[in-house]
Design a protein around this ligand. Structure first.
Ligand code: TYM
Length: 334
């Protein structure tokens, strides 16, 4: 078996990336780039599981590349490309559709959330989406996958598929069992309006999230309006955990200021939430505004972004084709 460590992760091009994507995924992508070979994919085929206007999809793919680069990914170090440009993803996904079990997919909570109450109307693609995600990772035999906590269950399914393939085709260790890399401190950034839900592109109210392209004024307003609490900030974690909205804000503050939660609570305990909100808006503006500016600058040079994808696709395709050749052989395809 090849023991080489390889990182793979993907982001859907479905519009504005937000603070959840940034803290839960993108920042880790950037730090991993320093230690390991990394492949970062704009998963446009995944986006198709819910209808996208073709022009919007094209723009969103480029905006996602711009966001990757603006947060610090270096296209000369990491492979950056779009999923649909490497046809091996779709081919391996089909093979995995035949390895994966209906019972496994029926357990996926994200399908239940996204399909809502009328599952009959959800696309078949949305249902089998986790098999495509397994194909994304295993097409490159990736060993490490940085993601937010919401993707953990899909990662477990990828491991099950890898294991079943290795057993079915009698090829022990052919596919590695990919490890999720989930940030310990902030694996799930919650909505600013309802801390029982994760911050998400699909929540209706824009006040629920901080987008990477928000202006300083918007960040200020959103943080001021964020749900919190009428009492003062507690002095210990146990009491803080009973207030999910406040916990979310303090957690974001802790992550961005790089101070641990105990230290933040010492600094803030007994104070009003307006004190925390002022401080949080300040550090968020310092962190996010330069990223947003860079995204907008990069978006004004679309040929450069297309070139990044083209180069990345060439590199990804070489690895994918080599692995696919072996996969086809194992399965018995001529
Ligand atoms: P997507 O596009 O929804 O999100 C991209 C990344 O951002 C993380 N994330 C969050 N982290 C913390 N708090 C939040 N509120 C939050 N919202 C999003 C996600 O966990 C993810 O890491 N299925 C994936 C894309 C994908 C993929 C893959 C990922 C397709 N193939 C292969 C890894 C490996 C998705 O829809 O992510």
């Amino acid at each position: 078996m090849n023991n080489k460590k390889l990182v793979f992760s993907g982001v859907q091009p479905t519009g504005n990336l937000h603070l959840g994507n940034y803290l839960g995924a993108l920042k880790n992508f950037v730090s991993l780039q320093k230690e390991m070979d990394c492949i970062y994919c704009v998963v446009d085929l995944h986006a198709l599981t819910v209808f996208q206007k073709p022009n919007d999809l094209q723009n969103n793919v480029l905006e996602t590349v711009a966001s990757f680069v603006a947060t610090g990914l270096d296209p000369n170090k990491s492979i950056i490309f779009n999923q649909s440009a490497v046809s091996g993803h779709a081919e391996l996904a089909w093979i995995f559709n035949c390895v994966s079990r209906v019972g496994w997919l029926n357990r996926m909570t994200q399908f239940k959330d996204k399909a809502g109450s009328d599952k009959e109307k959800a696309s078949v693609g949305l249902y089998i989406y986790p098999n495509l995600m397994a194909a994304d990772i295993l097409l490159y035999k990736a060993t490490h996958v940085p993601v937010g906590a919401d993707q953990k269950q899909h990662l477990e399914l990828s491991r099950d598929i890898a294991q079943k393939f290795n057993n079915d085709f009698n090829c022990k260790n052919f596919f590695p069992l990919p490890e999720p890399l989930i940030s310990k401190n902030i694996s799930r950034v919650m909505s600013l309006r309802d801390a029982t839900k994760k911050m998400s592109k699909s929540e209706e109210s824009d006040y629920s999230r901080i987008n990477l392209k928000d202006s300083a004024d918007e960040i200020n307003k959103k943080i001021k309006k964020a749900k919190s609490d009428s009492s003062s900030i507690p002095d210990n974690l146990k009491n803080l955990e009973k207030k999910p909205e406040a916990y979310n804000l303090i957690n974001i503050y802790s992550e961005i200021s790089k101070k641990n939660l105990d230290k933040v609570l010492k600094e803030m305990s007994g104070k009003e939430y307006s004190f925390l909100k002022n401080k949080l808006a300040e550090i968020l503006i310092d962190e996010i505004i330069p990223v947003g500016k860079e995204i907008k600058k990069l978006l004004s040079d679309k040929p450069y972004l297309v070139q990044i994808l083209k180069k990345g696709t060439e590199k990804a395709n070489i690895i994918a084709e080599e692995n696919l050749k072996n996969i086809r052989e194992k399965v018995g395809l001529i």
